[in-house]
Design a protein around this ligand. Structure first.
Ligand code: NAP
Ligand code: F7E
Length: 342
């Protein structure tokens, strides 16, 4: 049985990847941070499943800003594969806490790579890279060869992790790979990311449990996929015959406003837009203002457009997304309506 160690197991991708690997027959060890309130809700169902409890899923305390805990975990668990999904992953927040973001999102990766180098160079390593590294894009669509131009402390920190992963691969012959993943969403997406914020609010507005949604920039464009598809790509990257880096995306892009339209259509809500810039507002069929913009949700520097090209993953990994934007939105809405009282 293969053993996987997942840093960031309590996050969106950590939960999907744990389930995926358990289905593949892996023993999964996950690292969670100590927190004063419970932070394992996304994996509680796995943890309490009687079948899985039979020594297949373990949770350990640890923190990627703490070299001692990182080294101890790698040396005691001695996994076959490590997935580094741990990060301060919110781009807007990275402007507020840039030093912590850099410590976790850059040095965190270095700490794990050093532990792998010392404990066993045969451990395969996956680094959760991001399309945010492309930032102010220099070409469209973005591929593995597109130069980076990060636009946030988060993006810059991920660029360091990308290159240090390649450096350890080339210097010490590690099986260390970067996935350059474009935005991926799901019912388990964190509530402050724009897709989850929109789906949750529009479901509540539809059921008259909320009056208004406040957003930032409606005109940035993203290439949105489903987390379920993207964790499969992470695993495939580590099963490939050589350690390489891969772009994972859908190749389609939509603006935030397009996303709102698709969600409201699915919920059978008619909305009308009026105004411009930060004064742009959306009204329901009764004339109530249900969406407005506020400067506080705009970023000091924005990534205006992202659209990837996954030809390399399609050709070498035989990976392609199974979901499209409509099935992603359906999945998110259906979860939200079921959990409206949570
Ligand atoms: P997420 O939901 O924010 O999860 C991040 C995980 O990292 C959580 O388990 C979090 O723990 C953990 N974490 C944060 N700081 C940590 C620290 N100092 N030590 C240990 N663990 C720490 O993010 P996600 O959407 O699942 O994304 C997974 C990874 O992929 C992240 O590295 C993200 O930057 C990257 N990525 C995401 C996307 C996307 O669209 N989702 C795209 C490209 C790349 P808590 O639960 O305690 O906060
Ligand atoms: O913003 C705009 C915002 O926070 C998307 C992370 O997983 O994907 C994610 O980063 C867009 C931006 O995702 C609001 O300005 C408007 O243009 O959902 P987001 P992100 O910044 O693209 C990448 C690939 C990662 O790697 C990251 O870890 O939406 N936007 N109004 C808003 N964004 C938020 N959060 N909230 C708003 O109210």
């Amino acid at each position: 049985m293969k053993k996987a160690l997942i840093f960031g197991v309590t996050g969106q991708d950590g939960a999907y990847l744990s389930k995926f690997l358990l289905k593949k027959g892996y023993i999964v060890h996950g690292v969670k941070r100590r927190s004063s309130s419970l932070n394992s809700s996304r994996v509680d169902d796995i943890y309490s499943d009687p079948l899985i409890k039979k020594k297949k899923f373990y949770l350990h305390y640890g923190d990627i800003t703490d070299s001692i805990s990182v080294y101890n975990l790698v040396s005691t668990i001695r996994p076959n594969e490590i997935y580094n999904l741990a990060a301060q992953s919110h781009v807007a927040v990275s402007f507020e806490i840039p030093e912590y973001t850099t410590n976790a999102d850059s040095l965190g990766t270095l700490r794990i790579l050093e532990a792998v180098k010392k404990v066993n160079k045969k451990i395969k390593f996956y680094q959760a890279g991001s399309s945010e590294m492309f930032g102010k894009v220099v070409e469209i669509p973005q591929t593995e060869k597109t130069p980076f131009y990060p636009r946030s402390p988060y993006g810059a920190a991920k660029v360091y992790s990308h290159w240090i992963t390649i450096n350890y691969r080339e210097s010490y012959n590690l099986f260390a790979c970067n996935g350059i993943l474009f935005n991926h969403e799901s019912p388990l997406r964190g509530e402050t990311f724009v897709t989850k914020k929109i789906v949750k609010a529009l479901c509540k507005i539809k059921l008259e449990r909320q009056k208004k949604l406040i957003l930032g920039n409606l005109y940035s464009k993203r290439d949105w996929g489903h987390a379920e598809d993207y964790v499969e790509a992470m695993w495939k990257i580590l099963q490939f015959k050589r350690p390489e880096d891969f772009v994972i995306c859908t190749g389609k892009q939509y603006s935030i406003k397009d996303f709102i339209t698709l969600v409201s259509n699915d919920l059978n809500m008619k909305i009308r837009w009026k105004g411009k810039g930060v004064n742009e507002k959306a009204y329901d069929s009764k004339g109530n203002c249900i969406i407005e913009c506020n400067k506080k949700y705009f970023r000091p520097a924005e990534v205006d457009t992202l659209k990837g090209d996954y030809s390399k993953a399609r050709k070498l990994l035989k990976w392609r997304p199974k979901h499209n934007i409509k099935s992603l939105i359906k999945d998110m809405i259906s979860y939200e309506l079921k959990h409206i009282d949570d």
